[in-house]
Design a protein around this ligand. Structure first.
Ligand SMILES: [Zn+2]
Ligand SMILES: [Zn+2]
Ligand SMILES: [Zn+2]
Ligand SMILES: [Zn+2]
Length: 395
């Protein structure tokens, strides 16, 4: 292959409303394939994930001085940056710095959300670094992906020992009485209360099949265990005596989550809807709405956009903040009164809230989906196991 061979970097959101192709030369420069993980508060709250994953754009996807394509919603997330997400499926697509020193570059200050990017054939993603670990006092995703460059902010280097020390400190934080969640623009505010063994938290009132996180989807049907009616997989043991039962949380690397979050990994918490309250912009607090209300009632659908990510009825319904684009929920198929909520929303204190959430360490959900793109899912699985060992087996 000649050094001057040209190829395309293709970008497409989940619903296909937004597609772009960027001309690049091979071999592909690292800045177009080594992923920058950002754990800053804006990235966490504006995506709903643990970290946004980005690469530099080879060229601007559109003229930043003109109007962006009508298929995009723009969210000016700070004085110096804007985010662009698909108005239909909510996929995060672009981030742009408006700083003069960056906008004069050939790419006009644009970065691409890697989750929606396909590299030229034969190329795979690597990791540049995990940045803004200072925004997450317990290390966040970096605790599980520590074999890469670790940055406190953008340039200063951290060692694995620094992360371990932070984890220890964060473990001593007082556990909040209620778990509060928010998207970056604050249009969507969610409050969780503890599961206490009420019938509404258990089958048959609340039900879901096994989750791929715990029992891989490829497990033959006759080898899938039945969901335990008294101790279903979504209710977990307390972390400290008398702290209360917890929810299950985990990472997903499935193609749909990736192409909707724009991030290589999405985090979910599995919660019975009876434990969820929504605070509307008016200040009124209401129980978590039904699927039908979320789709049809203007009280909710003026704030939370919905998207059917799997064809079929009832299908999978996902929800996002219409203003800032944050992933909010996943609700699917055989579900009854159980919803997956985006973990990034619940990182107000910047920590994984282990007093409320048991993080699953045995698997990254649908890790097989990402195998041809990168080995990040497998590295996270190793990192989760090492983290569990570090904690003496009690996560
Ligand atoms: Zn889309
Ligand atoms: Zn960030
Ligand atoms: Zn928002
Ligand atoms: Zn997924």
């Amino acid at each position: 292959m000649e050094a001057s061979d040209s190829a395309m970097l293709k970008l497409a959101c989940h619903c296909g409303s937004n597609t772009h192709a960027f001309s690049v030369t091979l071999p592909l420069d690292k800045k177009y394939k080594d992923i920058h993980f950002c754990q800053c508060t804006t990235c966490r709250w504006a995506t709903g994930t643990f970290a946004a994953t980005a690469i530099q754009a080879p060229s601007p996807p559109f003229d930043p001085d003109g109007n962006p394509p009508a298929t995009l919603t723009v969210w000016k997330s700070s004085d110096i940056g804007s985010r662009y997400f698909c108005s239909t499926c909510s996929a995060q697509l672009f981030f742009r710095y408006s700083l003069p020193e960056l906008t004069k570059d050939a790419n006009r200050g644009f970065y691409l959300a890697t989750g929606v990017v396909e590299l030229p054939p034969g190329e795979t993603f690597g990791v540049d670094c995990v940045a803004y670990i200072d925004s997450v006092p317990d290390g966040g995703l970096a605790s599980w992906l520590s074999d890469v460059k670790l940055r406190g902010l953008l340039r200063d280097t951290l060692a694995v020992d620094d992360i371990v020390a932070r984890e220890r400190e964060a473990r001593n934080l007082e556990v909040p009485q209620k778990l509060e969640g928010t998207c970056y623009c604050s249009s969507v505010k969610i409050t969780l209360s503890r599961p206490t063994g009420r019938p509404e938290e258990l089958p048959p009132y609340t039900f879901s099949d096994n989750t791929d996180l715990v029992i891989p989807n490829y497990t033959p049907a006759d080898e899938q265990p039945a969901v335990d009616e008294k101790n279903p997989w979504w209710i977990r043991e307390e972390q400290k005596p008398a702290a209360g039962k917890r929810f299950l949380g985990g990472l997903c690397a499935c193609t749909s989550c990736r192409k909707i979050a724009g991030s290589e990994v999405q985090g979910w918490i599995f919660v019975p809807t009876v434990c969820v309250e929504l605070t509307l912009p008016s200040g009124e607090t209401v129980p978590w709405p039904s699927r039908q209300e979320l789709v049809e009632d203007p009280t909710y659908n003026s704030i939370i956009g919905t998207y059917k990510s799997t064809p079929g009825d009832p299908g999978v319904l996902r929800g996002f903040c219409k203003t800032c684009g944050a992933n909010i929920f996943w609700d699917g198929l055989t579900r009854r009164n159980l919803v997956d909520l985006s973990t990034g929303l619940f990182s107000q204190r910047g920590v994984r809230e282990e007093g409320w959430i048991e993080w699953w360490t045995e698997r990254v959900s649908f890790v097989e989906d990402a195998e041809k793109r990168h080995d990040i899912g497998k590295r996270l699985e190793r990192g989760l196991q090492e983290w569990k060992t570090r904690l003496g087996g009690r996560v």
